[in-house]
Design a protein around this ligand. Sequence first.
Ligand SMILES: NC(=O)CC[C@H](N)C(=O)O
Length: 460
Amino acid sequence: MSCPLPSSMEILGKPLVPKAVSMEKPRPAAAATKIVERLLPRKFVRSSASRSKRFTMLQVVSAQQGAEGGSTMYADNVGDVKRPWKTADARLVLEDGSIWRAKSFGASGTQVGEVVFNTSLTGYQEILTDPSYAGQFVLMTNPHIGNTGVNPDDEESSQCFLAGLVIRNLSICTSNWRCLESLSDYLEKRNIMGISDVDTRAITRRLRQDGSLIGVLSTEESQTDEELLEIARKWKIVGVDLISGVSCKTPYVWSDKTHSEWEFNNDQKLTKSFHVVAYDFGIKHNILRRLASYGCKITIVPSKWPSFETLKMKPDGVLFSNGPGDPAAVPYAVQTVKEIIGKVPVFGICMGHQLLGQALGGKTFKMKFGHHGGNHPVSNLRNGRVEISAQNHNYAVDPASLPPGVEVTHINLNDKSCAGLACPELKLMSLQYHPESSPGPHDSDPAFREFIELMKANKK
Ligand SMILES: NC(=O)CC[C@H](N)C(=O)O
């Protein structure tokens, strides 16, 4: 079966040739309505008359979803019930000239950013608060988002730095024992725009075929499509330093461990007290929690903290954190890394890995659409194990650019890109992905233990 361009999508500028794509058979509507019936809160069930009206409507939604792939499929009301959040018409205009009509939630206004898709099934709150998404719209490929609301424990930083959230369907109700707030209220308070009722599958296919795209999201009717397209085409993310906008301003100390309720690794016999200085390029809280759980005392320092100040603290090890944007646009951070490696054991995570790669003499490049999700297989070449990993990056280190003596320790099995480095001589290790997961599986947690071992061996 082939699918025309989604009906609600229009093209501006250079016309795009619709690509024929094969579609799954639509799911039987009856099965979908049964699921919805279980999820809807009692207050939405009014009378048998309104119930049947609601179900008729949802059946249509389900059938359309499979058959048409269109993006304006839900009406403002679900049955005769108004959606419990503020909504307005919104447009996402991509730099390729496509326009995607949607419904807004969270903040309103106009925002520009790079659109990336994330394949995690859950963990949207950790994704929203991961500072590495600064400057980007995160499109969740899982069509149903918001059902667990938000809570104070799942924050990966104190702020949402991303440009906005793009989803297929915002859950009409929240149901989780930790939920304190709905996703739409949370985003509105943090002034972050979200859109739903947009064909996220069609946008994802476009990003996979053509590479990541700049987009402008707007709820403002005063802005014409052409004006929004111009903003998208003028805006640049490559070559821009984004880490200085998300880093802390002054050093601070961290001692929180992973909460005992969530601790999944009770075999931390190696733990002694190691002092780690962590460079904050946009650090996630769970990196700090995992280090603390392994017995580290951590001092977090800003991205421009001088290397001599770090070395004066006599740390047992230095961690270079994750962070947003182009790693080639922050030569000052590469210089800091250069001045530290070889003097103390170091661990680089994601942006930290890319900075280490450059400090060793290598180069980074922008990938077609990057890796974002909690289900990426990585091969650990040292022990032959496959780790299912959490990933979030658009750039990678080119292994061919690295000097002899630097070992590629991990590769991403989806595209064979470099996913980890080591240089035993320099007591250095790094991963392109996220061993702290959050969200994601815990397969890569032993990397923190390896860092502890590196520091331990250096102390002898
Ligand atoms: N999570 C990260 O540290 C992201 C690294 C870098 N900003 C990239 O996109 O590749």
